[in-house]
Design a protein around this ligand. Structure first.
Ligand code: 3H9
Length: 714
């Protein structure tokens, strides 16, 4: 096979040295030894060197630092390819005449595991993480992984690894046959060298040195392999709605069963390149980097976090209990405050219910509950918070109520305690200003259910000190949440945008689209639920209360759709009342369309003097997305969000925005900002008050720039 022989860079990230008869190849490309072009060149050169040097009898590959190799260099995707291609390097390695051993510690993921699979022997030490997570990036293992893995460990196990993207530890890898042995110690170099020497010492025709994965017989039982492929295909068609790469993974394994190894590799390459060029790959890779970028808020660099060892939670309702569970799950003790014993008992019951649910579903062992609850305390007196390092308030959304809570916290909490509010839209500057220690007050906006939803908006009021913000980010890490820094405004990033795109949906409904069509269009776009299903799930009364509260301050010239109010006036609050926009007979969770709702909508259209028209699903999405993108741009323009990517992460992690589209701002870039602006201007002809182009979009279009250009800043 022709392979690029461009000499590796002078300071190659791949070095080799002779250790006795073993050529030790070390990949040292921080932070995670990704397979960038220099690594591929270095690996290719090192293998050539091993082949050519008679002193070398075996080759050992290790990674420097904390990992073996974490995969292809994701930053290279979408750029012009640079030779040598990884499959070619690995082909060369596998066909080497001298035994190649991979010794794995830390991550051997994607292309990293594929390197190990092309080696002839594999060893892992404790703490190793092996996997083929390409599917999470819209890809498939593209350096022989789809062909070698099923040959090595069978079709069923290979498909399970590749379709889930999950990581397995050293012991499980041994059980699967993915590695040949687990090192007795965690000294990967010593274990690897010992293994290499042992293999050399045992050489005989019964123990041939070179043992190629391409010849492995994991699919010898062809009927079983075919059955596994068929099952995976059926399951994938059902589960991976809208995703491009999973079915291609199944196709590749089919090729592994039906075709020669070379033919299978060619097929895999073609499918890999198709995935690489897909917008889904671009969206998912954007999501990968965006969720890492959001963690790096400026305060995390300028200040050290305060220590958080004990946490108080005020309020034992759904939100307070969910927050308490999230904190307990992070291993911290929690003190819950409620106004009386009965409310406290309910709060405790809410917390226990979460764990009982996990036990019932088999996700937690019954005996694990007591030690967790031993860290949970309740009190009806704020004085129980005297030693808390952090207090999170989750009481009723009312400024006077919140300020009363903060007055108590000001009274009892020790100096330096972080005082957080879980408000979803109230003015946190006003809450902070009402006490003597505004520098300690921060917003921690959790999403329901708080122990499950990944998003945590860290809302940063004017007077807060940087170390309090840094503490919030540190807490998010402990709680395994994805934190997004947000400024103070009505609704912060997410709920502020939600209010606008929900309104666009209401306009569409009054203009002629049924709520069922809107929900369907939004689901087809990739959201798990449409906006009216969400209303029914959350309870229509919540939005109704907000609308009533805001009625007095609403711009009288702004269009106001009353359909939801008509439903609420009838007590139709959604699932919990058996009907809302949908009917839920006998407590059903999936709703069915309600003809009576359609009658109410028709009456409302008539009352508003609207002649209904029809919309295609595409027209619905154009408006829905234009509203979302425009408000997202306003949020960035007003510096409520640091960058467009913060908006993307908020919508993906808190609002079900399809990850494979990378968030609304990434989506806007892929559609073209000029097209989005043209849509907004078109819609503005009917309703110029609602459809006001964001100054940021106008400016970017004038400059010929996109949202991505703003992601590097800040
Ligand atoms: C593939 O392999 C395709 C092949 O099949 C076919 C090829 C032909 N590239 O997560 P962390 C950066 S697809 C470039 O915070 P941790 C990351 O952005 C690939 N950069 O650390 C961050 O940068 P920064 C399949 C990468 O300890 C820094 O490393 N592989 C890559 O929590 C630290 O990352 C994967 O999908 C990369 N591949 O977790 C594995 N990986 O400091 C993806 C990381 O500037 N990676 N970075 O923010 C991971 O799952 C985790 O990063 C890992 C470490 C578990 C390795």
């Amino acid at each position: 096979m022709a392979i690029d022989t461009t000499a590796p860079a002078a300071s190659s990230p791949v070095t080799h040295e002779l250790r006795g008869k073993v050529l030790l190849i070390t990949v040292d490309n921080p932070p995670v030894n990704a397979l960038s072009v220099d690594v591929r060149r270095g690996l290719a050169a090192a293998i050539e060197h091993a082949e050519a040097n008679p002193a070398v009898q075996a080759v050992l590959i290790v990674g420097a630092g904390r990992n073996f190799i974490a995969g292809a260099d994701i930053r290279e995707f979408g750029k012009p390819p640079q030779p040598p291609a990884l499959p070619d390097v690995l082909h060369r390695m596998e066909t080497s005449h001298k035994p190649v051993i991979a010794a794995i510690h830390g991550a051997a993921l994607g292309g990293g595991l594929e390197v190990a699979l092309a080696a002839h022997y594999r060893l892992a030490v404790a703490g190793a993480k092996l996997g083929l997570p390409e599917v999470n990036l819209g890809l498939l293992p593209g350096a022989g992984g789809t062909q070698r893995t099923p040959r090595l460990i069978g079709a069923e196990a290979a498909l399970s690894l590749m379709l889930s993207g999950r990581h397995v530890g050293a012991q499980e890898a041994l059980k699967l046959g993915l590695v040949d042995r687990v090192g007795a110690s965690d000294d990967v170099l010593a274990e690897g060298l010992a293994y290499a020497q042992e293999l050399l010492a045992n050489q005989s025709s019964a123990h041939p040195h070179v043992r190629r994965t391409r010849d492995a017989q994991g699919m010898a039982d062809r009927a079983a392999a075919q059955a596994a492929i068929d099952a995976a295909r059926a399951e994938t068609a059902k589960k991976s709605r809208g995703l491009f790469s999973p079915l291609k993974i199944v196709d590749c394994v089919q090729a592994a069963l039906d075709e020669s190894f070379e033919e299978g590799l060619r097929f895999e390459r073609k499918q890999f390149l198709a995935c690489l060029e897909s917008p889904q790959r671009a969206g998912l890779v954007h999501a990968f980097f965006a969720e890492r970028e959001v963690q790096k808020a400026p305060e995390t660099k300028s200040a050290a976090p305060r220590a958080i060892d004990t946490v108080g939670v005020i309020g034992g309702g759904t939100m307070g209990a969910g927050i308490a569970v999230a904190v307990l799950d992070a291993g911290l003790p929690v003190t819950m405050i409620e106004r009386d014993e009965a409310a406290l008992a309910r709060g405790r019951a809410h917390v226990e219910k979460v764990y009982d649910g996990l036990i019932a579903k088999g996700r937690m062992k019954p005996e694990a509950k007591a030690p967790i609850l031993a860290r949970f305390n309740g009190s009806t007196s704020y004085d129980a918070l005297a030693s808390a390092d952090l207090v999170i308030e989750a009481v009723f959304e009312d400024m006077a109520v919140k300020q009363a809570v903060f007055a108590e916290l000001d009274r009892v909490c020790k100096p330096g305690a972080v005082l957080a509010t879980n408000t979803s839209y109230l003015d946190i500057d006003a809450i902070a200003a009402s006490i003597k220690r505004a520098q300690d007050v921060v917003g921690l906006h959790f999403f329901s259910p708080a122990n499950i939803m990944k998003l945590l908006e860290v809302v940063v009021p004017k007077a807060v000190s940087a170390d309090v913000v840094a503490t919030a980010f540190e807490l998010a890490k402990k709680l395994r949440k994805v934190p997004v820094r947000a400024g103070v405004c009505d609704g912060f990033i997410g709920n502020r945008m939600l209010a606008v795109y929900r309104t666009a949906a209401d306009h569409l409904m009054e203009d002629g689209a049924s709520p069922y069509q809107i929900d369907q269009a939004v689901r087809e776009f990739g959201f798990p639920m449409g906006p009216y299903q969400v209303v029914d799930l959350a309870g229509g009364d919540i939005g109704w209360a907000t609308r009533k509260r805001r009625a007095a301050t609403r711009d009288p010239k702004a269009r106001y759709v009353q359909i939801a109010d008509r439903l609420c006036e009838r007590g139709w609050f959604g699932q919990k009342t058996g009907r809302g926009f949908y009917l839920y007979p006998e407590g059903a969770r999936a709703g069915t369309p309600d003809p009576e709702v359609e009658v109410i909508i028709a009456a409302e259209r008539e009352r508003a003097g609207i002649t209904p028209r029809t919309f295609t699903n595409e027209e619905i999405i154009r408006r829905y997305m234009a509203a979302m993108i425009n408000e997202g741009a306003n949020v960035v323009h007003e510096k409520i969000a640091l960058r467009p990517l913060d908006v993307d992460v908020t919508l993906m992690y808190g609002y079900g925005f399809p990850r494979y589209r990378g968030g609304p701002m990434k989506y806007a870039d892929s559609v073209g900002l000029a097209n989005v602006l043209a849509d907004i201007r078109e819609f503005a002809k009917e309703d110029p008050l609602f459809w006001r182009p964001s100054p940021l979009i106008v400016e970017l279009v004038e400059r010929g720039a996109d949202f991505a250009s703003l992601n590097q800043a800040a």
